[in-house]
Design a protein around this ligand. Structure first.
Ligand SMILES: Nc1ncnc2c1ncn2[C@@H]1O[C@H](COP(=O)(O)OP(=O)(O)OP(=O)(O)O)[C@@H](O)[C@H]1O
Length: 295
């Protein structure tokens, strides 16, 4: 069993932005979803775990080895697909993956060829192996990205916002690929897409303004708000009135009408309907509770 242990981790950038604020997490084998809005601090946390930047304070260990003092340990067993993969040179996907394999320390030529071929097949890019990656579509690039992250059989794989910008079919394809990686490694999926976490991750945490505000199994978290989420269709202009009166966690346009969802232990008033909550409701309820706690 692999264990990533994060204790009291904080990161303040030189410009004064406090991106991470006292994070504590223990992550073991399987898919772990890190959910948060843009700017919540997900990439800051992913980059710090990948030892690409140092925290301001706190500690991270991977299988009991301190990765801030000894970053080479996690680098050897890490596969990382960053949010921005960067510029691709004008060489074929096969050559680029081979080159990245050398950088990863796979020096035996035969072993390297075997692994590059197997990975290109696994991510369904084998038939496109002679094409340059910069000519690939967004989805193909992300699949190439996961192939490079899997080089060298990593024990911990970090994917940062991998489906942002992909169409639904490519997104599905990518997530299926991710779910096949296996249960014997840690996979951290950082995303703002609630559905992705619900479908894939048995464990998750919500990050907001650099803090972990909820953590657990998605089903258990949703069960904790069972019987507390109420909905009503209201005129668009009344939103502010309802917000001032009730704990409105979200508003949504449904077929041109405005639907509000409210967090309440009992029926807020007549015409409200109790609904079976989903993970998105839990996410919004967490953000709402956290904001009101701070206000
Ligand atoms: N290198 C940096 N220097 C200064 N501030 C930064 C730096 N990187 C991130 N930030 C700031 O830290 C905060 C968290 O950013 P981060 O990129 O970690 O969030 P995120 O959840 O990954 O969001 P997104 O999905 O939009 O990238 C933001 O306020 C951002 O502007």
């Amino acid at each position: 069993m692999n264990t990533l242990q994060i204790n009291n981790l904080s990161k303040t950038y030189p410009n004064g932005v406090r991106a991470l604020n006292n994070i504590n997490l223990e992550i073991t084998n399987g898919m772990f979803g890190l959910l948060g809005a843009n700017g919540a601090g997900k990439s800051s946390l992913m980059r710090t775990i990948a030892s690409l930047q140092e925290p301001t304070s706190g500690s991270i260990s991977f299988n009991k080895s301190d990765i801030i003092k000894k970053p080479e340990h996690i680098r050897q067993c890490l596969g990382y697909l960053p949010q921005e993969f960067g510029v691709y040179p004008k060489i074929s996907a096969e050559k680029l993956l081979n080159h990245l394999a050398v950088l990863k320390g796979i020096l035996d030529k035969n072993q390297r060829k075997k692994q590059v071929t197997a990975l290109l097949k696994q991510v369904n890019l084998y038939q496109h192996r002679k094409k340059a990656v910069y000519t690939f579509s967004g989805g193909m690039r992300q699949r190439f990205g996961i192939a490079q992250a899997l080089l060298g059989n990593p024990q911990i794989i970090i994917v940062d916002e991998p489906t942002a910008g992909l169409d639904p079919e490519e997104s599905n394809r990518f997530l299926n690929l991710l779910s096949e990686i296996g249960e014997n490694v840690i996979v951290i999926l950082s995303t703002h897409i609630v559905e992705d976490v619900r479908n894939l991750c048995p464990k998750m945490a919500i990050l907001s303004n650099g803090e972990i505000i909820s953590e657990g199994n998605p089903k258990d978290l949703v069960a904790s708000i069972e019987g507390k989420i109420w909905t009503k269709i209201i005129p668009k202009n009344d939103i502010e009135v309802y917000k001032n009166t009730f704990d409105v966690i979200s508003t949504k346009l449904v077929a041109g009408d405005t639907q509000i969802r409210i967090l309440s232990n009992k029926k807020p008033e007549k015409d409200f309907q109790l609904i079976t909550p989903n993970l998105e409701d839990f996410y919004f309820a967490s953000l709402f509770n956290n904001q009101t706690k701070k206000a």
